[in-house]
Design a binder for this molecule. Sequence first.
Ligand code: IMP
Length: 178
Amino acid sequence: MQEITISDKTFERFISEKQIAQRVAELGQLISEDYKDKNPLFLVLLKGAYVFASDLVKHFLHPCSISFFRLSSYKGMASSGVLSFKDVFDEDIEGRNIVVLEDIVDTGHTLSGFLPALNKLNPKSVKVVSLLSKPDVLQGKVEIDYLGFEIPPAFVVGYGLDFDEQGRNFPEIYQLKK
Ligand code: IMP
């Protein structure tokens, strides 16, 4: 679909299913090479990263485990910067090679709150994978080790990303129409 409408907002197609699949496969291959003997623990940040994570891990054909966390710092279209853990860690982090899977890094508040909390649990290593990043609005420093696409600051939905809980189901990524 060229355009979708959610509430009263129109979004236009921005990254196609094919482009996403290609890039996710590339990231999966890179991570496979780097982690094939490391039995990583993929930590999926819910809800937004679930579609990305599900596709990405299918390219990782080595021992690994997968866990899920729900962090919410985003309401509507404005990032509040407030971080709250909805779930507790259900896997031992200590001594593990952690690969955090995120859908998008916007201001960076989510990760700059989450990563220090994670590091307190003494993982062996922590790396970050994000499908998208908006470098123009990033505040402070957040290191993304594996990045899918850099995008301009416009709001996006689809492929797991939502606008007020709508739009996660679309297989492509759409950008708010000006
Ligand atoms: P940050 O804390 O500002 O980096 O925001 C990260 C979180 O905000 C992401 O995990 C998303 O859930 C949400 N977010 C940021 N930008 C967008 C967007 O354009 N569309 C949908 N969600 C977004």
